[in-house]
Structure formats: C-alpha cells, structure tokens
Ligand binder design. Sequence first.
Ligand code: SIN
Length: 476
Amino acid sequence: MSLHKHFVTDVLIVGTGLAAITVALHLPDNLRALLVTKGTRSETNSMRAQGGIASSALEDDHEAHRADTVRAAKGWVNPEAVEFVTREGRTVISELEALGVIFDRQENGEYAVGREGAHGLPRIFHSGGDQTGCRMMETLSEKITHPVLEQTVITQLLTSGGRVVGAAGYRGEERIEISARAVVLASGGIGGLLLTSTNDDMITGDGLALAADVGAELSDLGYIQHHPTILVHQGKSAGLITEALRGAGAYLMTRDGRRVMDHHPEGDLAARDEVSAMITAIRKQEPVYLNTTPVVQLAERFPTFVQKCEKLNINPELVEVTTGVHFLMGGIKTNLAGQTSVAGLYAVGETASIGLHGTNRLASNSLLECFVMGKALARQLQLPPRRTLPILRPIFGCEDGVSKQQLSEVLAVELKEDRLQAALEQLTNKSFRQTGRRAEQHRLQITTARLLLEGALYRLKGEQLTNEQMAPAATT
Ligand code: SIN
C-alpha cells in the first residue's frame, strides 16, 4: 500500500466545525490529531451561525440559564448535562476572548448582549452582529496546528476487539485508511438530507450512520428542530433569518397586520417549536411575514440579513418567512466526556446527544455546547496503546432510496405515522451492492434517513425514553 493512502494519528477528528476545532485546540500538546472534512474546512454549520453564543457570564450564577434550557426543552433533558454545560458556559466568553474572538460591545464598553426565543434574559453574545459563527470560526481555525484533510469522506469505522481503532473512506476518489487511537465524530446534524434547511448541504448525518454501524447507542432522533424564520423569495426558501431579530424587536404578522404570536405570553420570543408550529398552521391559509421596522441599527447589527435582502432585491423591513429544518436534538449518546457506548469512539456537537436539548433546543445553546463539550472531551480523552490497523470488513454500496423531497415531506413540523411508516418501508430491504465513494456515501445517507424515520415513529408512538435510559452512557 502506498504511504499516502494510509495515515496514522492519535486522534482522528471527523469534521471541522466549532466542536471539531475546539477538541483540536484543547488536546494535550503531545498528541497528534488529524481533522477530515467532506468538503472544504469552512463548509460547516458553525460558519453559518448567526444567533450567537449563550452564556450567563453577566449574571450572578447560571441558574436562570439552566432553567430556561430545561423549559425550552420541555423538561426532556439529562439534568446533569444541562447543569454542566450552563455552569461551564459562564467562562466561555473570556476563554474565547483569550483565543482572539472579539465580542460586540456597546458604545459605553459593556457587552451588547441580545435575547432570543425562550431566554428570560438577554444573554446572547455576538461577534460582528449576525456574523458570530463566521467570526469565531475564522479566528479559531487559524490557531489549529494539526493537519486537515479536505475532500475526505469517512465511510466506515474500523474496529478491533470491540474497539474503534480508525476509519476508512475516500480522499477525492482515492481510498484511504486512517489508524487512530481514538475517533471523534464531530460531523454535525442532518439538515443536508432535507429540503428547506438552514444547514450546509454537506451536513448529512454521516456520524449517526457510522456510529450505528459499529453498534453505538443513539438517542432522541425523533426530535428535529424547525427554525421559525427562513426567508422566502419567489416562493422558495432563501436561508436563515436569525431569531436575534425578534429579540431586537422584529415581529411576525399576517398580511393584514395581525400579530401571529400575540396569543402567547412570551409573544415572538416563545420557544422555537411553538413559533414554528404556529407559522406552519397559518401558512396553510396565508403567508406569514417578519416586520423588522422596530429594530434599531438594522444594517449595523444584522449585516448578513440586510445584505441578503439587498442581493435579492427584497425590502428588509417586511419579508415573507417559512419554517426550515435547523437542528437535530438527539444523536449519538455520550457521557459528559464525549464517550459513546463503544470504546475508542467519541462524539461531540450536534452529532452527539448528551441530553442537553430535550425536545427543543434553546437558542444559541449550540455553539455553547460545541465549545464546552469539545474542551471537556479533549481534556478527558483516554487513549490505549497504539495498535496495528485491522483488516477491513467488506463494504457495500446502495442502489437507491427515497428522494430528498419525499424525506422532507415526512420529516416535517407535523409528523404523520402512516407516511413515516411508508417511507421507512421503502428504505427497508434496499440492496447494498456497489462500492466506491458515491455508493458508500449514499449508503450512509440511507442509513441516517432510516434512523431518523425510526426516531420519528418512536416519538409518535409515545415510546419515549425514560429518564433512567437518558442517563449518560457508561464510561468505557
Ligand atoms: C438563529 O440565529 O436564529 C439561530 C441560532 C441558533 O440556532 O441557536
């Protein structure tokens, strides 16, 4: 085998979003890491994050943030995870500043914190207004000294004696194998599998399929968050409009000026799932608009939004909105050190599930989770002695499945059991024959689609996991 097809590292990190680079930045200096990504290193959801990062840094303690997280999640949480992330979250702003991130301040020098849905207090820190993800990622990515392989897809985890010991996949069209003492899946959510999504198209839930292939426990896959405000242009979705706009005074209305969330005690800042359900119901009859006229300094605070409107020749003061697939609450089950139920396999960020987000993630808790959990994972990583690369299991490709359109229709805000069942049946008993990058990527996506359909059915049938089952995965 030629050298360039076989890589050896201590820690293989799959992904280049905030969770991935936080792990890389916090690993002990004596460890080598290798980051891989399917596209370019900047094709991540973290780069797109507009809302900011939630932290109780300016409050007396993390209690109110903890309580808001539980309330938004409808209580369906692992209390230890909520406690851990919100408590550790108090120092993230100063830690990120120490790494070079600059957070927005008002003219008097105080932080310009904002509010978003279901937060009782303004505690969202921004960088460059609605460009937070991009600013953070550009600053932190520069600090990474570990190599990054772009255009590299992982299609299989390699196991030996019940332990994950590396991965195999393709760099371009070339087959590669990577021997690693630990594999960290930080490959994001599932939005790229569905239409009208805020996610990068690259993000197709590969981590879920890879983890399921080696028998790792997954949880809460039935909970997909639909963001309430996706810009509509000429009848088509044109990307995320940050919830921070509603935090700054914008409101949802119908054509005749009726306020859509007037009935709710929290108004336009109700939890995301509730706002999305209302918009979905109204849009069956008529369009829904976001009125941004109450927002002061719109162009300065929301440059991404205003520039997008200008590009599309839309007046930013009144825009039509729809809901869109945004975030997967469940994922690969881990403990608070990022360990999955399979030795040698770790997961972090959106692809992981520590039980923080319940049935509905609190706004701007995702960048927070990536940073807190990425750091915790890197600091507690337990590595075995180096081993030789095992023999690959045979790999199969997949012929065809359901279309993105069909899948989006069934994994919608309103779930219907018969349609989920039909889609699942269509994906069951698919032939897995071909090999090669395309076929193997397709197989991963079919596997993830099946997992999501099963998760949604499980949710509908009310067979929810008990709190006992939600306990963190056993330490391996
Ligand atoms: C948004 O800007 O509305 C999204 C932020 C988030 O998902 O937390």
